[in-house]
Write a protein that binds this ligand. Structure first.
Ligand code: GDG
Length: 465
């Protein structure tokens, strides 16, 4: 049987039951533990000189990790990946910068990782590459003569052509992407943006069955919305409901309503606007003072990228200001927790809350929204307030969908969610559970890999004809 080789920037093995707080790590680890396979990528360590991969087996999964030098880390990871591609793909050109040396480092690290992976590859392995750090990876492997099927999944949004063109080497990057056999996006909208870029630029054409012919390659581009395992989440939420931190939160709420938010601390998640909309809600609805709190869990990430330091400061300022304005001796409106929690505890927090407040300014999918829904008690479910700019909004019709740039609308949605009658909450919850079950995480993995199998077989036949 052929092995599945997953490649992502950061390989994230479980450490003391705590996987990294990131959607890719959560989704990939769950998907890989079931099928078994190899996970190749950066160990998270900065080393003097990049050496051979370190191989380590844990259960079903073999981890093959490599270190990055300080220069590689600064140029490839902190630089081009997270200070150019991440902001631009999330429509934050105001925060994006471009540096030629960083881009050269990005290409250099992709080429080196490809070389290191090639040494581990067997002829019948299937390679599945993840995310924006590795757009050129298949092109690098092909240059080394690798013939294996290679698929790619983009976890973040694919921007509209005008936005993409703000990234100076856009043409070279998209050309390199065309070396993959299958390119997966979170939503139809993302897929369409990619195809628009190719067609309007005269680089290629797409047909109705999802096949694309561009830059001399035939490949498939389709949407594979990433999912969760709703039943496992519901079970964890119940099992963890008696744990100490959950009891502590319940006690602290003392019968108050709870609005719950969980995000990596990232400017794409719309935290500042979210706090400000909560402030507006408190202004509009004094009857709720003392009766509802917003708990925001926001573990810091990429804290050595300057824009992330700035968002952290702004947010601390906003939480302090809003609390100073409204707090009472026995009531803190916003509890802002800059730390990581065990994942199952988060699911229990979701279950005890009345509102899930998930309002990114832009998000590929947003797994928190799906986890929130899955954690609820179907007999007495909380309400999801969800940004229209999260990929998840295309799949969760029962949410109260808001525009995160419209603070008044978000404030109204909070009020509506907090006062929603039980029957409506139940109906909305049931509407969301159906697609969550239908498009769960194994479906995401299996449909992607099935397509990769078909396309790669066809490509081999053509190559050998
Ligand atoms: C990228 C895309 C896409 C959060 N805090 C803690 C913690 N988390 C977990 C959540 C959730 C995951 O991290 C976050 O996933 P998201 O999907 O919400 O967001 P990104 O990290 O930006 O993920 C995103 C995703 O990839 C998957 O394709 O949906 O659009 O940006 O599972 O529960 N986990 C733990 N402690 C925390 O404090 N253990």
């Amino acid at each position: 049987m052929s092995r599945l080789i997953v490649v992502s920037n950061r390989v994230a093995p479980t450490q003391e039951g705590l996987p990294a707080a990131g959607g890719l790590a959560v989704g990939v680890l769950d998907a890989l533990q079931e099928t078994g396979g190899v996970w190749f990528g950066w160990s998270g360590e900065i080393v003097g000189e990049a050496g051979e991969p370190v191989i380590e087996k844990q259960g079903n999964v073999t981890y093959a990790t490599v270190g990055l030098s300080r220069r590689d880390y600064d140029q490839y990871y902190r630089g081009f990946s997270n200070a150019t591609l991440w902001p631009a793909f999330h429509y934050r050109t105001d925060l994006a910068r471009y540096d030629r040396q960083e881009y050269a480092g990005y290409q250099r690290v992709n080429a080196r990782l490809a070389k290191q992976l090639k040494a581990l590859l067997r002829p019948d392995d299937i390679v599945w590459v993840h995310d924006y750090h590795l757009l050129p990876f298949a092109a690098c492997l092909r240059e080394l003569g690798v013939r294996n099927p290679i698929g790619f999944f983009l976890h973040i949004p694919f921007p509209v052509p005008e936005m993409l063109r703000t990234v100076p080497p856009h043409e070279a990057l998209v050309k390199q992407m065309c070396s993959y056999d299958v390119i997966g996006f979170q939503t139809e909208t993302d897929r369409q943006s990619f195809v628009d870029y190719l067609e309007r630029g005269g680089f290629g054409t797409a047909s109705d069955d999802g096949m694309v012919h561009a830059h001399g390659h035939m490949f498939k581009a389709a949407a594979y919305p990433i999912g969760v395992y709703p039943d496992a989440i519901a079970k964890a939420a119940v099992q963890f409901s008696d744990r100490k931190p959950v009891r502590a939160l319940r006690d602290a709420m003392r019968g108050r309503r709870l609005i719950m938010s969980v995000d990596r601390l990232d400017y794409s998640k719309g935290l500042v606007e979210r706090f400000q909309a909560f402030e507006r809600f408190l202004l509009n609805a004094p009857g709720w003072h003392g009766r509802v709190s917003l708990v925001q869990v926001a573990p810091p990430t990429r804290s050595d990228v300057q824009t992330y330091q700035r968002i952290r400061q702004t947010l601390e300022g906003e939480a302090g200001r809003i609390n100073g304005r409204f707090a009472q001796l026995d009531w803190t409106p916003i509890q802002y927790l800059n730390r990581k929690y065990e994942r199952n505890l988060l699911m229990a927090f979701f279950r005890m809350s009345q509102v899930g407040y998930v309002t990114p300014l832009r998000d590929g999918m947003n797994l928190v929204a799906k986890e929130y829904v899955a954690s609820q008690d179907p007999a007495d479910p909380g309400v999801l307030v969800l940004s229209q700019f999260a990929g998840a909004a295309e799949q969760l019709p029962g949410a109260l969908v808001v525009n995160p740039f419209d603070l008044s609308q978000m404030a109204e949605a909070l009020e509506r969610a907090l006062s929603m009658p039980l029957a409506e909450r139940q109906a909305r919850h049931a509407d969301m559970m159906a697609p969550l079950r239908e498009m769960d995480l194994s479906k995401w993995r299996d449909t992607f890999l099935a397509d990769l199998g078909h396309v790669a077989t066809a490509a081999t036949v053509t190559r050998n004809a």
